[in-house]
Design a protein around this ligand. Structure first.
Ligand SMILES: [Zn+2]
Length: 164
């Protein structure tokens, strides 16, 4: 009989890349909320990132396949929509990986809806040269969850992972 440990399950999840940003895993993205293991039966609670994100289905299949490879006999995958996923759940190590990949990691969310100006005036540092002299080119980058920015120092365009 298969006996998986919770640590083994997390290790397997750390090897499942996010379909849109392959340098970070679904575990690092913070979408895996709970893991329960009983013998070979694994139950995973996952909160999707952006609602309606086409990658959601792929993520579910990838998680299932990875856990079966790790030795799970059954995988019970639960999608939990509340509380909604926030970019605050992305770990510090993952933020560094995003930067290395050329994507500016999400900043902190606006403290409240009553302070939109403060949020808008935030400077997004260029992931390539670190300059704060950047400008937003478009609200949407390569995917809806990213905005397109350009660095005035090195002139390189880059994606900014929008905080939600
Ligand atoms: Zn730059």
């Amino acid at each position: 009989m298969t006996m998986l440990t919770e640590a083994q399950v997390w290790k397997a999840l750390e090897a499942v890349p996010d379909p849109e940003i392959p340098v970070i895993s679904v575990a690092e993205l913070g979408i895996v909320r709970e893991v329960q293991v009983q013998g070979g039966a694994v139950r995973v609670v996952v909160t999707p990132t952006y609602s309606g994100c086409p990658a959601t289905e792929v993520i579910g299949e990838d998680i299932r396949a990875a856990l079966v490879r790790a030795g799970a006999t059954t995988v019970d995958l639960e999608w939990r929509l509340a509380p909604p996923w926030t970019t605050d759940w992305i770990g510090e190590a993952a933020s560094e990986k995003l930067r290395a990949y050329g994507i500016a990691p999400p900043g902190e969310r606006a403290a409240s809806a009553t302070q939109p100006l403060r949020f808008v005036s935030r400077r997004i540092a260029c992931p390539k040269c670190g300059s704060n002299e950047t400008e937003r080119v478009s609200e949407f980058g390569s995917t809806a969850c990213k905005a397109l920015y350009r660095c005035r120092a090195c002139l390189e365009p880059f994606d900014y992972f929008k905080p939600i």
